[in-house]
Design a protein around this ligand. Structure first.
Ligand code: PLI
Length: 465
């Protein structure tokens, strides 16, 4: 096996650059205060290395840029939609495609089409926008992921798997007729990008079919999941990623995709299915919320770039480098003594904020605080994935997930090894003075998806015991 600390050279060279600057320490402090200690509210120009997300922040290839020029901007029946539809049929294998402006557009069409108020949806850990749309449609979410997913240090190859016993017990408890569908995230973003094995996906689908329950895949990063199957699942070792992705898709009735991840584009999404009834409903809702069903809120040029990106994303050389880059950052951070979620996922390294700031209680928002202090220390922007992201339950109480994480997310084809070395070194230095870092408290809390727009203020400094 390749030593992860030995970086794999990038399978590309740089043709265009975008300058970035590290602003001085006193300015970072001031900008953080203006942003209410929320990294989502920082201006990008004040950020040095932006690891907030890999969503829409990727570098397109020269072929994708060239494709923009041939976008067909017709309102109806765009040739660019035909190209996208052909790419999705070829790579994912679904016959019916509804384009959307991004992933949550697809989640909206899916939830409104399939959920009757009061019905349940089970999934392998929640995702923020997914659960919000399930609840908006009147659905009730149930987590059926394996227990180990909640343990940052459990080193299992498929920590994203569905717990089949939990799923079966859930279906029996609420009754199959009250289950709108089962949504399997492949991989599981909130658990640290942990993958689902093909064996588990197949068994989940079989169980659902036995009970007459539909299955959907959240395929935002399905290619990363496929590549982790290729690396970790015995029966699929070394098989082409493209073949594994197709096999994953064969298991489910539909897929909702934020194309802003795997497919290297800056905007876009889609819902694809083999269910003619869902297709009909979603196409019709599309004209209400997204745009005509042949553009779904996107420009013709976006559809073209996405069609090219979908064919690029399954090439083994690209996706292998992606996983190797994440593993490189993970290994560098560990060498600096930074506690991270194991095994590494496909899109990010997740820092265990509880272990980094053991002197803070959950209500002192360790992950939100750590993301703020990382920015202040070195201009690197990360994202909280803990109590703030989890929001409140239907009774209004804060949810307290086991995982309290800071995500260092790698945009695709954007940063070099030297950038990653800087990130690891600086966060390592911060770890060595972590006992002086204070927590935060809310001063403004929006109703929906509060992590995006909330504002905070620091609590008094409290020393570690
Ligand atoms: O941001 P959207 O609307 O294109 O996609 C929503 C979405 C759905 N599923 C999953 C697993 C996601 O990760 C996701 C968006 N993720 C973001 C924005 C992220 O930073 O992880």
């Amino acid at each position: 096996m390749r030593d992860p600390i030995n970086a794999t050279p990038e399978p590309y060279k740089i043709k265009m650059i975008e300058p970035i600057h590290l602003i001085p320490a006193d300015e970072r402090k001031a900008r953080l205060r203006e942003a209410g200690w929320n990294t989502f509210l920082l201006r990008s120009r004040d950020v040095y290395i932006d690891l907030l997300t890999d969503s829409g922040t990727n570098a397109m290839s020269d072929r994708q840029w060239a494709a923009l020029m041939v976008g067909d901007e017709a309102y109806a029946g765009s040739a660019s939609f035909e190209n996208l539809e052909a790419a999705i049929r070829e790579v994912y294998g679904f016959p019916h495609v509804v384009p959307t402006h991004q992933g949550r557009g697809a989640e909206h069409l899916l939830s409104q089409s399939w959920i009757k108020p009061g019905q349940h949806v089970a999934g392998n850990m929640y995702f923020t926008t997914t659960r919000a749309h399930i609840e908006l449609a009147g659905g009730i979410f149930e987590d059926v992921i394996v227990d180990e997913a909640h343990d940052p240090s459990a080193e299992l190859p498929f920590k994203g798997n569905v717990d089949l016993k939990k799923l079966e017990a859930f279906i029996k408890r609420v009754g199959a007729a009250n289950v709108a569908y089962v949504a399997v995230g492949c991989p599981v973003n909130m658990a640290g990008g942990q993958p689902v094995s093909l064996e588990n996906l197949r068994a989940t689908a079989e169980l659902c079919r036995r009970h007459g329950v539909r299955v959907v895949m959240d395929g935002a990063r399905a290619v990363e999941n496929a590549a982790m199957i290729r690396a970790r699942e015995k029966a699929w070792k070394g098989k082409p990623t493209a073949e594994i992705l197709k096999e994953m898709c064969r298991q489910v009735d539909a897929i909702s995709v934020s194309a802003k991840k795997d497919a290297y584009v800056n905007i876009g999404g889609f819902l694809a299915t083999r269910d003619a009834e869902l297709y009909e409903k979603a196409q019709n809702l599309c004209v209400l919320f997204e745009g005509l069903h042949t553009y779904g809120g996107l420009a013709g040029r976006d559809l073209e770039a996405l069609a090219v990106g979908i064919r690029e994303m399954v090439q083994d050389e690209w996706i292998e480098h992606r996983l190797a880059q994440v593993a490189y950052l993970g290994a560098r951070l560990e060498a600096e003594g930074v506690p991270v979620v194991k095994p590494y996922g496909g899109h990010a390294v997740f820092v265990d904020a509880k272990a980094f700031l053991p002197h803070l209680d959950a209500d002192e928002l360790p992950a939100q605080s750590l993301a703020a202090w990382i920015y202040e220390a070195c201009g690197v922007r990360a994202m909280e994935r803990g109590v703030v992201s989890a929001g409140r339950d239907s009774k209004g109480s804060n949810r307290h997930p086991e995982l309290e994480l800071v995500r260092l997310t790698l945009p695709r084809r954007v940063y070099t090894q030297t950038h990653l070395d800087f990130v690891a070194r600086e966060i390592g230095a911060l770890k060595r003075r972590a006992s002086n870092l204070p927590g935060l408290r809310f001063v403004r809390e929006p109703k929906h998806l509060r992590f995006f727009q909330a504002r905070f203020e620091p609590l008094p400094v409290k020393s570690a015991a």
